[in-house]
Structures are given as structure tokens and as C-alpha cells.
Write a protein that binds this ligand. Structure first.
Ligand SMILES: O=c1ccn([C@@H]2O[C@H](COP(=O)(O)OP(=O)(O)O[C@H]3O[C@H](CO)[C@@H](O)[C@H](O)[C@H]3O)[C@@H](O)[C@H]2O)c(=O)[nH]1
Length: 457
């Protein structure tokens, strides 16, 4: 290469909403762009860069201020206040970063921004850049948000109503995204999710972390509306097509952990014998709920690996947990994909966050669903009724899963009558997810098309 010549074809800046569930998929997408000859830079916040370890490999990282550099989100005091500050400060600091990149001889051609951060499109357009909105939730969930935004679906959804919308299965009250059954629960987040559609028609690209066969009808429906492509699953390449050398993990470590101990413990367990329980990075449960879950796990008599975050640990029933020690381990965080890929794991009790759900689908692990809020109820509906890879825990009128229910759902997935069918479906989706990212697969071709659009300009 001649001196001064660039070794990349275009520079893409990737701006996730500052939370693990959003950084993981956008960073993984950025790695795919780099592998195709683009330069990609991940934008984080100053607070995140100080608190979370990110090893982005071939992707550059640039922190910007969101106005909460000292204590992050908590500094703002409320969801609404944080989002306001993020927008006001972020517009300025993002523009400054784009300018800095241009001054340094790396002008940006395209901004891939989180669909939550609609204001970023204004920044990109103001500078004549291509703008690509990146959705971290499914097409189906996002379509429900779209219909509420456009007034096609009135909320709150009535308890007795069955929601019927184009390209979606019929959704009952417990299947619609959580904000629409209980509109008062998180008004700030609900507004954020609806707002994703406020300027989407101005985006040059709409990217979804899913793949065509998972949501076939809905993908077609969306393709008619936007220049929409599926680019997932965004798991590290090693778990899918194995074509990106060194792409073995997410590169974002929210909490430090000693993975050796539980992986060694898993090594000693028979194939498909362990229940893995984890509710992502945000879910908080009551003491009563924790006790019911613990009793259910014990009742199932299965081996278990349970992630209970440090702040939740005090809610565990100490004596009961001590009695269960011979059957399992409790850890404060795990390398979840490594755990799900371990052959000892036979079932995943999950909150159905989209990343967790996608990971289980890609690694062929049957699920027991315990959705809590936002997109999770709809994801659970698809896991059980559309993809056929799990069962859903029923809750009582306090929203608690009782011990008998936990025990029976774990058994149903691991050894019950439906277990064979669920395992067969899980295997099928595992293969289809690999196929989507492999050479010539639907997402692979879509990413090629996205990249090719920069080569022409
Ligand atoms: O012990 C653990 C637990 C989780 N994870 C990882 O953390 C991520 C969790 O993501 P997700 O399953 O999507 O859950 P949340 O962190 O709760 O994500 C939020 O963001 C998602 C994307 O918008 C939404 O689908 C969820 O409902 C929302 O709660 C996954 O990649 C997991 O592999 C670990 O590595 N170790």
C-alpha cells in the first residue's frame, strides 16, 4: 500500500444505546464490517469507557460525553432526565467526534445508530452522511411499536382483547410488549420505543438483529416499507460461521468473573443435564420470588447454574441455597454464550431478552420463559408458539412463578412428553441461524449489500 493511502474503503461509526444488550450486537456487526474491508469505530460514553471493559479487536472505540460522565445513568435521576441529557449533550459530542475523525483523515461515510437514538439521524444528515437505524429488538416486537405509534393499536390493550396485526400471530394481553398491557409501568421507556418510528422514513437503511427465516412474514412486511435488511444473529463468529478469526466472544465484560470454576464444574456433568438460569443485566426479583424459584429448582432435582447478580444476592434464601449446594452453583455473572454452548446445559430459564433468546436459538438450547417487561412477553410468545423451542412459566396474580410451576416446566422441557419435539426444533433453529450468517446466507448477503453501497460511492 502506498504511503498515505487508506487501507479501508469507507469509515462507519457505530453508536449503540449505552447498555450491554445494545453494545454487544452493534459491536459484533461492526466486526463484520471490518472483515469486509471497512473501518468501523464504536462510540461509547465516557462513563462506560471508565466502568466496562471492552476489547473491541479490530474495531476502534471512541467515547463521547452523554452528560453523565461521573455516575452514568444514575446521575440524571430518572429515565426521562437521562434521555433528555443524552440527546442534548450527545448531539453536540457526536458532531464533535465526527469532526475529529475528519480532521484526523478518517472522514465518516455512514452512521449506524441505535434505533432508540433517533436524534443521531439528524446529526448524520446534517453532515451529509448515510444514516442506518439499528434495531436490537425483533421485527415483530418493533412492528407492534410501529402500530401503536401510528395509532393502529390503541393502548393499554384490554385484558380480554386479542390483538391482530398484519404479519403477526394473534397476541393476547400477556403476549404484547409489556408497556402496552401496563402503560404506566415505564412511561419514559415506552415513549423511547414508540419514538423509534418518528423519523425512520428518513433513514437510508434499517438494520435488524434477526434473520429472515425467524420472522419471514414480518421481514417481507417491513421490506415494503423501508430499505430494511436483517443482519443477525450477531453472536461471535466462532459460534456461527467460524469465518472471523479471533471472534470468540462479545468483547464487552459488564462484570468481572472467574469463569474457570463453573466451566470446570459443567465439564463434570452429563450431556443435557444442567439447568442454566439467568435473567440478563436488569431484572430485579422480590425475595419471595427468589425463594419460589429456588424451591422449584430444588424440586426438579436437576443440576443447576444460576446467575444472581451481586445486588440481588441478598434476596436468596440462604439456608435453602446451602442445602442445594451439592446440585449446583450460583455465580454473580457468567460468560453466557460459553455456558449455553456447553453440552452439559440442557435448558435455559430466561427472561427472554432478545440477546439471550437469540443466543439460545443459535446454540440449540431449549428455553423456559419468564418474561418481565418490554419486548420479553412477545419474544416468549414466539419461543413457545412460533419457533416451538420452549415453554412459558405461568405467574400468579402477584406476578410470581410458584415453585410447582417452575419444577414442572423444567421437567417438561428436559424430560417431559414435549421435550423431544422441543429439542428437535431447537436443533433446527441452531442450523438455520448458522446458515443465515454463513457464506451466501440471507444475513451474509444483506451485509454484503450494505458494504457494497459504500464501495460504489
Ligand atoms: O450472566 C450473564 C447474563 C447475561 N449475559 C449477557 O448479557 C446480555 C443480556 O442481553 P439480553 O438478554 O438482551 O437482556 P437485557 O440485558 O435485559 O437487555 C435489554 O435489551 C434487550 C435488547 O434491546 C432487550 O431485548 C431486553 O428485553 C432488555 O431488557 C446477553 O448477551 C447475555 O449473553 C452474560 O454474558 N452473562
Amino acid at each position: 500500500m502506498a504511503k498515505g493511502e487508506r487501507d479501508y474503503t469507507a469509515h462507519v461509526l457505530v453508536l449503540p444505546y449505552p447498555a450491554q444488550g445494545h453494545i454487544n450486537p452493534t459491536l459484533q456487526f461492526a466486526k463484520r464490517l471490518v472483515s469486509r474491508g471497512l473501518k468501523a469505530t464504536l462510540v461509547t460514553t465516557i462513563f462506560i469507557s471508565k466502568t466496562i471493559e471492552i476489547e473491541p479487536g479490530p474495531v476502534g472505540v471512541e467515547p463521547i460525553s452523554d452528560g453523565c460522565d461521573e455516575a452514568g445513568y444514575a446521575e440524571a435521576g430518572s429515565v426521562e432526565a437521562y434521555l433528555e441529557r443524552l440527546e442534548a449533550v450527545g448531539q453536540r459530542t457526536l458532531a464533535e467526534l465526527l469532526d475529529k475523525q475528519a480532521q484526523a483523515g478518517h472522514p465518516v461515510s455512514c452512521l449506524v445508530y441505535d434505533s432508540f437514538l433517533t436524534w443521531a439521524l439528524g446529526v448524520a444528515k446534517g453532515l451529509g452522511l448515510t444514516g442506518a437505524s439499528f434495531f436490537t429488538q425483533t421485527c415483530s416486537v418493533s412492528a407492534v411499536h410501529y402500530h401503536v405509534y401510528h395509532g393502529n393499536l390503541k393502548v393499554p390493550v384490554d385484558v380480554l382483547t386479542t390483538v391482530t396485526l398484519p404479519a403477526l400471530p394473534a397476541l393476547g394481553i400477556s403476549d404484547v410488549p409489556g408497556f402496552f398491557s401496563d402503560v404506566l409501568s415505564y412511561p419514559g421507556y415506552m415513549k423511547l420505543l414508540l419514538n423509534q418510528f418518528s423519523n425512520l422514513e428518513n433513514a437510508d437503511w434499517v438494520l435488524f438483529n434477526t434473520f429472515d427465516k425467524l420472522e419471514e412474514q414480518m421481514v417481507k412486511w417491513m421490506e415494503e416499507r423501508w430499505r430494511m435488511i436483517t443482519i443477525g444473529p450477531t453472536l461471535p463468529s466462532m459460534y456461527l460461521d467460524k469465518r472471523l478469526e479471533g471472534d470468540e466472544n462479545y468483547s464487552v465484560n459488564l462484570y468481572k468473573q472467574d469463569i474457570a470454576a463453573y466451566m470446570k464444574w459443567l465439564d463434570t456433568k452429563p450431556t443435557g443435564s444442567v439447568v442454566y438460569i439467568s435473567f440478563g443485566s436488569l431484572v430485579e426479583l422480590s425475595e419471595e420470588h427468589m425463594e419460589e424459584l429456588a424451591c422449584g429448582i430444588r424440586g426438579s432435582n436437576k443440576y443447576f447454574l444460576w446467575v444472581v447478580r451481586e445486588i440481588e444476592k441478598k434476596k436468596l434464601p440462604a439456608k435453602l441455597i446451602e442445602d442445594m449446594e451439592d446440585k449446583g452453583m450460583i455465580v454473580t455473572w457468567s460468560k453466557q454464550i460459553e455456558v449455553l454452548a456447553h453440552e452439559a446445559v440442557g435448558c435455559f430459564v430466561t427472561h427472554c431478552g432478545w440477546n439471550s433468546t437469540m443466543e439460545a436459538l443459535c446454540l440449540g438450547v431449549p428455553m423456559v420463559c419468564m418474561p418481565q417487561w418490554t419486548d420479553q412477553p412477545t419474544n416468549a410468545k414466539f419461543v413457545v408458539d412460533v419457533w416451538g423451542v420452549g415453554v412459558r412459566l405461568k405467574v400468579d396474580d402477584k406476578g410470581i412463578v410458584r415453585r410447582e410451576e417452575m419444577e414442572s416446566c423444567i421437567k417438561e422441557v428436559m424430560e417431559g412428553e414435549r421435550s423431544e419435539e422441543i429439542k428437535r426444533n431447537a436443533k433446527k433453529w441452531k442450523e438455520l441461524s448458522k446458515e443465515a450468517m454463513d457464506e451466501g446466507g440471507s444475513s451474509d448477503k444483506n451485509i454484503d449489500e450494505f458494504v457494497a453501497s459504500f464501495l460504489k460511492t
